[in-house]
Ligand binder design. Structure first.
Ligand SMILES: *[C@@H]1O[C@H](CO)[C@@H](O)[C@H](O)[C@H]1NC(C)=O
Ligand SMILES: *[C@@H]1O[C@H](CO)[C@@H](O)[C@H](O)[C@H]1NC(C)=O
Ligand SMILES: *[C@@H]1O[C@H](CO)[C@@H](O)[C@H](O)[C@H]1NC(C)=O
Ligand SMILES: *[C@@H]1O[C@H](CO)[C@@H](O)[C@H](O)[C@H]1NC(C)=O
Ligand SMILES: *[C@@H]1O[C@H](CO)[C@@H](O)[C@H](O)[C@H]1NC(C)=O
Ligand SMILES: *[C@@H]1O[C@H](CO)[C@@H](O)[C@H](O)[C@H]1NC(C)=O
Ligand SMILES: *[C@@H]1O[C@H](CO)[C@@H](O)[C@H](O)[C@H]1NC(C)=O
Ligand SMILES: *[C@@H]1O[C@H](CO)[C@@H](O)[C@H](O)[C@H]1NC(C)=O
Ligand SMILES: *[C@@H]1O[C@H](CO)[C@@H](O)[C@H](O)[C@H]1NC(C)=O
Ligand SMILES: *[C@@H]1O[C@H](CO)[C@@H](O)[C@H](O)[C@H]1NC(C)=O
Ligand SMILES: *[C@@H]1O[C@H](CO)[C@@H](O)[C@H](O)[C@H]1NC(C)=O
Ligand SMILES: *[C@@H]1O[C@H](CO)[C@@H](O)[C@H](O)[C@H]1NC(C)=O
Length: 632
């Protein structure tokens, strides 16, 4: 991402220099200007511009972009026009970036592109192109990078096969349909292809075998189509490093040819219908990210699990058995998510030797036994809810959980703020404020502890007050007794607290009223007594948060519960709206606790998480494109 920013700033700097230079040159010299741009190239560009319709597009508008072609005027040097890059010696136009430029197609769009035959780089992403891409595009024989991401293209011409210099092709988020070979043609001639993204279309059928014969293909994104199978196994694809195939309709066993992709580092097969067992031969791979989430896999995890893993997500399958002890050697592991399976094991204490482990999700399995004597130096999100853990927690229990007591880091670059790397972002579902919330990307500063739905007993450890960075605490649905520790008043980052359905007694600590981010609390179904504290944090709560505690009383409670029977006829839409507001204000609260993070990135996070699909990809995509241009 750093590279991306450096590059964009360099480009815009260079452009402005060129621009200024162009102006000065024209102003100062009275003689006819000598343009770098070749006249034939200029005329082709102007004609190209005229072929498009500039349509209002709400996304471009909301991203505050303007049509780049606006600056294209016949009387200035076309090499200074926005989105254009020329060969500095010959004046040939070699790069054309018209992303997000409100371009809609009439008939015959792009026909004049033939005259821009020196192009190596063409970016028409984030426009409104529809229908078939004209076959003239196949004449751009020098093209190495082509980005058509986010349009409404439904067909690609067979002349595409002539683009045999392509190293990167992005046709994701379009309307390509039909089977693969029909929709995408035969790219076997593109022997240089390194990066291919056809995600988010409606392509169906088998993944064609020839894809694996492209010798230089390292990154392949097939996500979010309706592929059903991988076709015949291939003894190729040896250079494949990143394979994304989530959100398709793959069925049957995971093909064992995957094990032959020896360079594979990231494998994402999540959200498919794979059944059968995880192929044991996968032990031979050196994966850093493996996501098999949301399939129908059964059996156990491979005994010798992948030593280089940073992320292992096998949540929402039908896996059984124990966690393999070999995970101890995955010393880079940051995320382990096995939620919603049938693992039957004791608490994996031995994971505490993993120095990088930040997220541990054992939710909804058959884990059992006590969990005392654990210490997780870096753990930031731990969700062991809905298992059969029991026993009590010693009062100093949280003293060794330093990951939640101080983070001590700020992140300047947006990518560093999220779990995962720039290509794979970890996501998870978490109960927050009584709502199931999907964290599309996980903020690194986010910390949560969910022990709910087990059989823990005894007192809530006083040392909980040390987890000063904790945002979400859920201890509900256990058998905790005793008082709510007043040390919770030290959890200054806390936003959501749920201790419902325990056997807690005594008073609700006044100290909670001073936690300024705390906007959700649930104390229901305990044996709490005394006065409900006053103050705005409490006043905002739902009366149901105090249900089932007959001993609670006081003016504050009366106030909270006063309006309980007055419900409006439009309750559903209204509460949905409130819910969204809730989420936004929760994130606003997060903003408050991260010094040094640019506002825009947090807003970005909101969009990433809660806004429509089309907001999700521009940065990731542009970033990838730019980084691939910087490599040559
Ligand atoms: C641009 O201007 C030149 C003369 O300055 C003219 O010959 C040419 O036809 C013009 N091109 C277009 C596309 O208008
Ligand atoms: C373009 O669309 C946006 C959002 O839909 C709208 O606010 C704006 O007024 C439109 N602009 C024009 C010139 O129609
Ligand atoms: C474009 O390519 C086709 C073959 O794909 C060829 O027949 C045609 O002459 C080319 N056009 C130009 C202007 O080069
Ligand atoms: C593909 O999409 C086009 C236009 O949207 C439609 O006419 C055609 O029937 C679709 N083909 C298939 C196989 O679904
Ligand atoms: C792709 O092209 C190769 C070589 O031209 C040919 O052998 C193969 O049958 C083609 N495959 C498809 C699916 O068109
Ligand atoms: C593949 O990559 C290698 C090294 O990166 C390069 O030398 C070669 O030209 C590329 N193309 C083919 C077809 O192997
Ligand atoms: C997959 O595509 C559908 C539309 O075809 C879209 O609604 C959905 O958000 C996409 N999912 C992902 C993960 O991109
Ligand atoms: C996915 O496959 C199942 C059967 O294997 C089928 O019933 C379902 O319609 C398919 N879904 C799509 C979107 O093609
Ligand atoms: C877990 O395994 C033990 C035996 O190893 C068995 O007694 C117990 O019933 C299992 N628990 C569940 C929930 O399957
Ligand atoms: C792959 O495609 C999916 C769906 O379009 C997208 O969410 C994801 O970011 C893509 N991955 C990469 C590495 O580009
Ligand atoms: C809260 O933290 C302060 C220091 O950070 C400490 O002195 C105080 O004892 C703590 N209070 C409780 C109730 O743990
Ligand atoms: C209070 O919570 C209950 C259950 O979660 C919900 O049904 C109700 O609508 C909430 N009331 C208000 C006023 O938010």
């Amino acid at each position: 991402m750093k590279g991306f920013w450096n590059l964009t700033s360099t480009i815009s700097f260079t452009l402005s220099i060129l621009f200024l230079f162009g102006y000065n040159y024209e102003d100062v010299s009275a003689v006819p200007t000598k343009h770098l741009c070749r006249p034939d190239q200029r005329d082709a560009l102007l004609q190209f511009k005229n072929e498009f319709e500039v349509l209002n597009s709400s996304f471009a508008y909301h991203l505050m972009r303007h049509p780049k072609t606006e600056s294209w005027r016949n009387n200035s040097d076309c090499c200074t026009w926005e989105g254009i890059k020329c060969n500095v010696k010959s004046g040939e136009v070699i790069e054309l970036d018209l992303s997000c430029s409100y371009l809609g197609g009439r008939e015959n769009i792009l026909s004049s592109i033939i005259d821009l035959s020196y192009l190596t780089f063409l970016d028409l992403s984030w426009n409104l192109l529809s229908g078939q891409i004209p076959s003239s595009i196949g004449n751009l024989s020098h093209l190495t990078h082509l980005n058509l991401n986010f349009n409404q293209i439904s067909e690609i011409p067979s002349s595409f096969g002539n683009l045999n210099q392509l190293t990167s092709l992005d046709v994701s988020i379009n309307k390509l349909n039909g089977s693969f070979s029909i929709a995408l043609l035969n790219l076997t001639k593109s022997q240089n292809m390194e990066w291919l993204d056809i995600s988010n279309n409606k392509i169906k059928g088998q993944v064609p075998g020839w894809l694996w014969t492209l010798p230089n293909l390292t990154d392949l994104n097939l996500s979010n189509n309706t592929f059903t199978g991988f076709g015949n196994s291939m003894k190729h694809g040896l250079s494949m490093e990143q394979l994304f195939a989530s959100n398709n309709n793959f069925t049957g066993n995971i093909p064992s040819f995957i094990c032959d992709l020896r360079g594979l580092s990231i494998l994402d097969l999540s959200n498919n219908n794979f059944s059968g067992v995880i192929p044991p031969c996968m032990e031979n791979l050196y994966l850093t990210v493996l996501s098999l989430r949301q399939n129908r896999l059964h059996g156990g995890l491979p005994e010798n699990i992948f030593v280089l893993l940073t992320t292992l997500d096998v949540g929402h399958n039908k896996l059984t058995g124990k966690l393999p002890k070999s995970l101890i050697y995955s010393f880079r592991l940051e995320v382990l998510n096995v939620e919603s399976n049938f693992f039957n094991d004791t608490f994996p204490f031995w994971l505490s030797s993993l120095p990088q482990l930040k997220i541990l999700v054992l939710r909804s399995n058959a884990f059992h036994g006590p969990i005392d004597h654990t210490s997780f130096p870096k753990l930031q999100i731990v969700d062991i809810s809905h298992n059969h853990f029991n026993g009590s927690l010693p009062s100093d229990y949280f003293e060794r959980w330093s990951g939640m007591s101080s983070l001590g880091t700020t992140y300047d670059q947006p990518d560093e703020m999220y779990m995962g790397d720039s290509y794979y972002q970890d996501s998870m579902v978490l109960m927050n404020k009584g709502l199931e919330m999907e964290l599309v990307r996980i903020l690194k500063i986010y910390t949560a502890l969910d022990f709910s739905g087990n059989k823990f007993e005894g007192e809530i450890p006083r040392s909980i007050g040390l987890l000063k960075e904790l945002h979400v605490l859920n201890l509900s649905n256990n058998a905790f007794t005793g008082h709510i520790p007043s040390s919770m008043g030290n959890l200054t980052a806390l936003e959501s607290l749920d201790v419902s359905q325990n056997q807690l007694s005594g008073e609700i600590p006044q100290e909670l009223g001073s936690l300024s981010f705390l906007s959700y609390m649930n104390f229901s179904h305990n044996q709490l007594t005394g006065l409900v504290p006053g103050g705005t944090q409490f006043q905002r709560l739902n009366c149901t948060s105090f249900d089932g505690n007959p001993g609670l009383s006081g003016p504050s409670l009366d106030e909270i519960c006063r309006n309980i029977h007055i419900s409006t006829p439009h309750e559903t839409p209204q509460s949905e709206e409130e819910e969204e507001e809730e989420v936004l204000s929760w994130i606003a609260a997060v903003i408050g606790v991260i010094p040094g993070i640019a506002f825009g990135w947090v807003i970005g996070y909101i969009l990433f998480s809660y806004k429509p699909e089309w907001f999700i990809n521009p940065f990731a995509r542009n970033k990838r494109r730019i980084s691939s241009t910087t490599t040559h």
